[in-house]
Ligand binder design. Sequence first.
Ligand code: COA
Length: 165
Amino acid sequence: MAEVNLRKITSDNDEECLRLEVQESQKGFVASNARSLDFAKKNTTMFPLAIYDVAARGYATEEVPVPMVGFTMYHLLEDHVGFILRLMVDKAHQRKGYGRAAMVEVIRRLKLYPEVEMIATSYRRVNEAAENLYRSLGFVPWEIEWARVDKSEVYLKLPEWRCSF
Ligand SMILES: CC(C)(COP(=O)(O)OP(=O)(O)OC[C@H]1O[C@@H](n2cnc3c(N)ncnc32)[C@H](O)[C@@H]1OP(=O)(O)O)[C@@H](O)C(=O)NCCC(=O)NCCS
């Protein structure tokens, strides 16, 4: 089973983050990392993180022995929701378990915030990989008014604090 190490994005690793790419057919499913990092710079409640294989653990960021495999970002919303806003795994590293392992680690971190009462995420309705991944982690539909307006996006939450891992 894959294990990941999540690291802050700094001047040591931001260029590598900008080079990560999803498959051509997946480009409509997630904003570019450039856009997400720009968004995070202007908003202190967004937390962008680089995803590495666990082999990076214990090394300084500028000398990690393994490549960055993906990017994720969560948002602490004012209404006490920890929202997982971005998740992408580079096309060369997909289907190796990194996406699932990164979600598990982000959820673990979100649970550590006393102010977070709910963990939620969303995906484009046609994104089968995201649907399979989030459902397998125990996410269920989140019926909220503003989510009903945007029919192309599916909103999910973790029921209570239970999840299937
Ligand atoms: C979605 C994404 C992050 C998954 O990352 P990943 O590292 O490839 O996923 P994992 O290897 O951890 O797979 C976990 C589960 O996701 C599902 N999954 C992943 N890729 C899939 C695919 N191509 N088709 C169907 N299901 C898929 C499966 O349920 C898989 O479990 P399994 O291997 O036991 O079948 C990756 O495909 C990606 O970056 N896609 C483009 C960006 C995107 O859509 N992000 C989500 C935005 S909401």
